[in-house]
Design a protein around this ligand. Structure first.
Ligand code: TXA
Ligand code: MG
Length: 343
């Protein structure tokens, strides 16, 4: 189909909501902004609609989707709350919803298997985006939505980026401007330990940090995600990857360029006075945090800047690591995945 972009009027979201809901209710798929990245939305209870999401993204069937609820009432429709973790799940939901935290729970029978790739669990969150929740409320059903990019590519943080990924594959993109977080949600799975504080396994680092979660249990950052199915979801190393090779260097000045090749620098330190910035005559230099926002600013800009560098026809992108505290853990996770060899 021809892909249309419809801007959200902050004062009056009615048009955007009704157009999106009309399509979703008819079993179509629509790109909708969340506070993290743009999602490709489908009625979570309609397996044919969900199949269209997998097709448009060229996503393998073994990689399950996140289900977005617009109220706590909807939580009960999609997930069970086992008694031994109910208290901590409620605390986490109270503290971080609506917001960028996804919780993996046992699924109900109402959730079609295609959504969870056959897993007995479902990943659930309530998005902080007002337009996303309005659409969910008006639809009256939970929304299954992965990031609105083709499989393995960089997640889109603007409507323009979605257009580049999915033009001609979906009927509508709701344009709500740039995403305020810029990185996909933190995904956690809770494990009860009886009398002891529960374990909070972080399956994907994100905007809700280890420091944020520590109040609620003992936090374990999983190197490989735990799933109920070995070698299934989330175990794919190369992800969020630009097409241009991305090389990570502790010190970009140590990088030895090959003559005649064009290189771009993705800089975190970003101080031109440091001297290394023009030493290699970088074709393009993009700073992750040109203002004083540091990690917060770097997170918001990361995918935007990666995508921009990817469009410059470079031989390689050289990236500088960020400090691995707070949000830096999620940023480094994405940089490492982007720089791992692509299949
Ligand atoms: O911020 C976000 O989470 C965005 C916005 C659109 O909500 N969504 C997003 O979805 O990043 P997606 O599909 O790109 O990433 C979801 C990840 C997948 O890697 C999948 O493997 C994992 O969540 N996942 C989904 N269901 C799971 C489950 N039951 N157990 C473990 N991992 C699961
Ligand atoms: Mg994704």
């Amino acid at each position: 189909p021809e892909t249309r972009i419809l801007s959200v009027d902050e004062e009056d979201m009615k048009t955007a909501v009704s157009e999106a809901v009309a399509l979703l209710a008819a079993g179509e798929i629509v790109a909708v902004p969340t506070e993290t990245v743009y999602g490709l939305a489908a009625d979570a209870f309609n397996p044919d609609a969900v199949a269209k999401v997998f097709a448009a993204k060229e996503r393998p069937a073994f990689d399950p989707l996140i289900v977005h609820i617009s109220s706590l009432k909807e939580l009960a429709e999609v997930a069970e709350l086992p008694e031994d973790i109910a208290a901590v799940v409620k605390s986490l939901a109270g503290a971080f919803w609506p917001g960028p935290l996804t919780i993996v729970l046992p699924k109900t029978d109402k959730v079609p298997d295609i959504v969870t790739s056959g897993l007995p669990t479902v990943a659930v969150r309530q998005s902080g985006s007002v337009i996303f929740r309005q659409i969910g409320k008006a639809l009256g059903r939970p929304i299954a939505a992965p990031s609105a990019n083709r499989f393995g590519r960089i997640s889109p943080t603007s409507a323009g980026a979605v257009m580049k990924e999915l033009d001609g594959r979906i009927p509508l993109i709701i344009d709500g401007g740039a995403c305020s977080e810029g990185l996909e949600s933190t995904i956690v799975k809770i494990e009860s330990r009886g009398e002891q504080r529960p374990l909070i396994h972080v399956l994907r680092a994100g905007p809700v940090t280890k420091e944020d979660l520590q109040k609620f249990g003992k936090v374990v950052i999983e190197k490989k995600r735990i799933t109920d199915q070995p070698d299934a979801p989330g175990q794919l190393e190369s992800h969020y990857a630009p097409l241009t090779p991305l090389l990570m260097f502790e010190k970009p000045e140590d990088f030895r360029p090959e003559p005649g090749k064009r290189y771009g620098l993705l800089s975190y330190r970003g101080d031109p006075k440091a001297g290394y910035i023009d030493r290699h005559e970088w074709e393009v230099v993009e700073e992750l945090s040109p203002g004083s926002g540091k990690l917060i600013e770097a997170a918001v800009r990361l995918f935007y800047v990666m995508r921009h560098l990817d469009e410059q026809g470079l031989d390689a992108i050289v990236a500088e690591p960020v400090s691995e505290t707070g949000l830096g853990v999620a940023i480094m996770d994405r940089l490492r995945r982007a720089s791992s060899p692509q299949a």
